[in-house]
Design a protein around this ligand. Structure first.
Ligand code: BDR
Ligand code: CA
Length: 308
C-alpha cells in the first residue's frame, strides 16, 4: 500500500480526489497540504478541513502560501464559485489546521517515511518549494504525480492548463527535479466527463459521499456549461491521479521530455511535450496518453460506496 501526500486546492474535482484518497484499505494517506488555486488559500484550506471532517478522514491538513512563486495569483471562481466549493453546505466542524505550513508538512512527512508518493491536484507551489527547501526529501519520494498541463490545447489560454499557468515556475522546479514524475493532463482528463448518466449512477449509491458528489457536480457542470461552449459534462480532472494509483492499468503513460514555457508570451505555462523526441533531450516525465474511461467510473463508484 502506498504512502501518499495529497497536495490540493479544493475545488470540486479535488474534493472527489480527497474522497478516493480516503479509502484506508487501499491508500495510506499521510496528510493533505493545501495550496492556493481554485480559490484563495484561506478558502481552499477551509474546504479541505470541511471535506476531511465530513468524510471522517483523520489526517493533518496544512495551509500553504497565499501566492505563487513568481507570478501574480490566479483563482478559478467561474468554475468553483465564491467558496471554491459551491453547491454543498457543511456543518461547522472544529478540526484545526495543522501547526506546520504545507511545505513543512510535506518535508516532515517525507523525512519520516521511507517512501512517499506526492499527488498534486493544484498548482505546484508547495511541491516546488518543498523540493527547494529540503532537497534531502528527494531520497524519500517514490514519484510525483500531478494533474496539470496538456499534450494539446489548454483550458485558460490556447496553450496553458490552469494548474500550470497558476505557477509555471514551481512546475518547472518539479519537472527538472530528476525525480520520477507523472503528468496527467487535459488530453486525458477531458475524456472523463460527468454526464447526466454519471450523476444518476452515483446518486443511486445513496450515502453521504454520493450526496456530496451529486451536489458538487451539479454546480460544477452548470459552471462548466457557462464557461466552455462544447459542454457535454464537466471533466473530472483531479481524481484521475489517485485512480491511476489504485489501478496500474487505468492510464497509459509515455516517457518523454517535458518543459514549461516560462516566457511571458502567449504560451506562458504551456507544457511542451516532446512526444516524437524532436529535441533529443533526456525524458523527464511520464505523460498520460489515454485512459480506460469505463474502469475510471467503476473506481469512482467504488470510492463513493466505501463511505457509509
Ligand atoms: C485543474 O484546474 C482546477 O480548476 C481543477 O481543480 C483542476 O485541478 C484543471 O485544469
Ligand atoms: Ca485542483
Amino acid at each position: 500500500m502506498r504512502n501518499i501526500i495529497l497536495d490540493c486546492d479544493p475545488g470540486h474535482d479535488d474534493a472527489i480526489a480527497i474522497l478516493l484518497a480516503g479509502q484506508k484499505e487501499k491508500i495510506n494517506l499521510l496528510g493533505i497540504s493545501v495550496v492556493s488555486g481554485n480559490q484563495t488559500i484561506e478558502k481552499t484550506t477551509r474546504n479541505a478541513l470541511n471535506l476531511v471532517s465530513f468524510l471522517s478522514i483523520d489526517v493533518p491538513v496544512a495551509m500553504g502560501y497565499k501566492d505563487p512563486l513568481v507570478r501574480d495569483r490566479m483563482i478559478c471562481e467561474e468554475i468553483h464559485g465564491e467558496s471554491g466549493l459551491d453547491g454543498f453546505t457543511f456543518p461547522t466542524y472544529d478540526k484545526k489546521i495543522d501547526a506546520r505550513n504545507s511545505v513543512e508538512l510535506i518535508t516532515d512527512l517525507c523525512l519520516k517515511n521511507e517512501k512517499v508518493t506526492i499527488v498534486a491536484t493544484g498548482p505546484l507551489t508547495n511541491v516546488g518549494l518543498a523540493l527547494k527547501f529540503k532537497p534531502e526529501i528527494k531520497k524519500h519520494i517514490e514519484e510525483i504525480i500531478f494533474m496539470g498541463g496538456s499534450l494539446d490545447n489548454g483550458n485558460v489560454s490556447p496553450a496553458a492548463e490552469f494548474n500550470i499557468l497558476c505557477d509555471p515556475e514551481a512546475s518547472h522546479i518539479v519537472l527538472s527535479s530528476g525525480l520520477p514524475v507523472k503528468m496527467v493532463g487535459l488530453n486525458v482528463t477531458r475524456k472523463v466527463l460527468v454526464t447526466k448518466e454519471v450523476i444518476e449512477r452515483m446518486a443511486k449509491i445513496n450515502n453521504k459521499a454520493s450526496d456530496l458528489f451529486v451536489k458538487l457536480m451539479k454546480v460544477f457542470n452548470e459552471n462548466q456549461a457557462k464557461t466552455f461552449s462544447n459542454f457535454i459534462g464537466g471533466p473530472l480532472h483531479d481524481p484521475v491521479t489517485i485512480a491511476s494509483l489504485l489501478d496500474d492499468d487505468l492510464v497509459n503513460y509515455k516517457h518523454m521530455n517535458v518543459t514549461i514555457d516560462l516566457s511571458r508570451g502567449p504560451s506562458y505555462g504551456r507544457t511542451n511535450c516532446d512526444v516524437y523526441d524532436y529535441l533529443k533531450q533526456t525524458p523527464n516525465c511520464y505523460v498520460a496518453m489515454d485512459i480506460n474511461v469505463k474502469r475510471f467510473w467503476d473506481i469512482i463508484e467504488e470510492g463513493i460506496s466505501y463511505y457509509e
